[in-house]
Design a protein around this ligand. Structure first.
Ligand code: C5P
Length: 407
């Protein structure tokens, strides 16, 4: 798959704090995502981690001096070359310099001379971070258009506890995706996508319920793909796997997720948020039937037990789409995939339906991979996405939907 960061020149300015060693892990992570990673080390950072470490990890020469005669790409300065500049870790010192236009070393000079998007990743002792001078400088940087990340809280290298830790790499990766995607114009830029995720839980009694095997992985993969395409997402999530949820929230936080339980809760949440969105992406495996709830735990007895199930409301079919928002439905089928998907497209008045197989070797349910077929309203488009990781297919499908809604 073409990684989002493939071929992107990302420069990490490493400044002199104890968290400098974490920049090595960040450089390695970004390199694995196929970015071209460049490192500028300040004099103090080089005392914590040597240039050789970064050179070995990135495969690129490390810049440590202002006037280095071995300039590695003649005529193109690192400032112009970079698609993105990260200052990670950023000390109070470099933050103060950048906020005040000081350019007395390679890092501060690059920050002043580059028009690339810039992300500041502060990491320092809590007192230094919370000092009003540092806070004032960070606000100045935000006003100048820098992206500034909040540090993590926890135990600090100096033995104290508080805010100032270098963030987890996944969170930095999430910020990189958001920053880069905000700079590109796509048919989905700034579109608001309402995505439903996972299965719903239909309670039988205070201790038992009916649900299904949906993990929410597909929905989270699509949410990430939409974010990477410049869209804004709001996820309404039912019963999802902890792993899938953690993976998403470690990158993008929890602000854009509403957790619900039952099909009725999901309907209410979709109805409440539908007006706000440009596209409803109905990925959830909503229960079709629910039991009649018993307030008391049903006691076991000899013989079998029958549960009477009644229909839940079909959210997609009953949505009032007066303002012609784009509606995307899913069809999870064990057989006759094409026929059922096309019927759904028509019956539920959808713009797109995405069909996937939920049986056999290539079942999409619960696993990491899926094969998908995208059907568009006019039925001329029927695009097959072969069995691949859900994350890869999600990017391809989102790209295709973007192309189709542009026309
Ligand atoms: O009819 P079927 O349940 O197979 O359709 C699947 C599509 O309809 C999915 O997009 C699913 O999220 C949605 N759905 C719904 N409300 C239900 C059941 C399914 O919106 N009660």
């Amino acid at each position: 798959m073409k990684s989002l960061l493939e071929g992107k020149h990302i420069t990490i300015c490493v400044t002199g704090g104890i968290a400098a060693y974490k920049a090595a892990a960040l450089a390695s992570f970004l390199k694995k995502k196929k970015a071209e990673v460049h490192i500028i080390l300040t004099k103090n950072a080089a005392r914590f981690v040597s240039a050789i470490t970064f050179k070995s990890l990135t495969g690129n020469p490390v810049i440590t001096k202002m006037f280095d005669s071995s300039s590695f790409i003649p005529h193109i300065s690192i400032a112009q070359l970079s698609d993105l500049i990260l200052v990670a870790p950023a000390t109070a010192n470099v933050i103060a310099k950048a906020a005040n236009g000081i350019a007395d070393d390679m890092v501060s000079t690059t920050l002043l001379s580059s028009t690339a998007p810039k992300i500041i990743v502060p990491a320092m002792n809590t007192a230094m971070y919370e000092n009003p001078i540092t806070q004032h400088n960070l606000k100045k940087l935000i006003n100048f258009g820098f992206d500034v990340m909040e540090p993590d809280s926890g135990e600090m290298a100096c033995g104290t506890s508080g805010k100032g830790r270098f963030p987890e790499i996944n969170r930095i990766y999430g910020k990189i995706i958001q920053t880069l995607s905000a700079k590109q114009v796509t048919p989905l830029s700034n579109k608001k996508i309402l995505i439903t995720a996972g299965g719903t839980i239909e309670d039988i009694d205070p201790v038992r319920y009916i649900s299904n095997r949906s993990s929410g992985q597909t929905a989270f993969a699509f949410a990430e793909a939409f974010i990477a395409t410049g869209a804004k997402v709001h996820i309404i999530a039912g019963h999802v796997s902890e792993r899938a949820l953690d993976n998403f929230t470690s990158k993008f936080g929890t602000n854009d997720i509403t957790m619900i339980r039952s099909a009725a809760d999901m309907k209410k949440a979709v109805d409440e948020n539908f007006e706000e969105c440009d596209m409803l992406f109905m990925c959830a495996a909503v229960a079709d039937y629910k039991p009649n709830y018993s307030n008391h735990k049903i006691k076991k007895a000899d013989g079998s037990l029958s549960l009477e199930l009644s229909r839940t409301e079909d959210i997609l079919q009953n949505i009032k789409n007066d303002s012609n928002k784009i509606i995307v439905g899913f069809a999870a089928e064990t057989d006759n995939i094409e026929e059922y998907a096309l019927k759904k497209l028509e019956k539920k008045n959808l713009d797109f339906v995405i069909a996937n197989k939920v049986c056999g070797n290539e079942s999409a349910i619960g696993g990491e991979c899926s094969s998908l077929i995208l059907f568009a309203k006019d039925k001329k488009e029927q695009i097959i996405f072969p069995y691949l990781p859900k994350t890869e297919n999600a990017f391809k499908v989102v790209e295709k939907i973007g192309e189709l809604i542009k026309d």
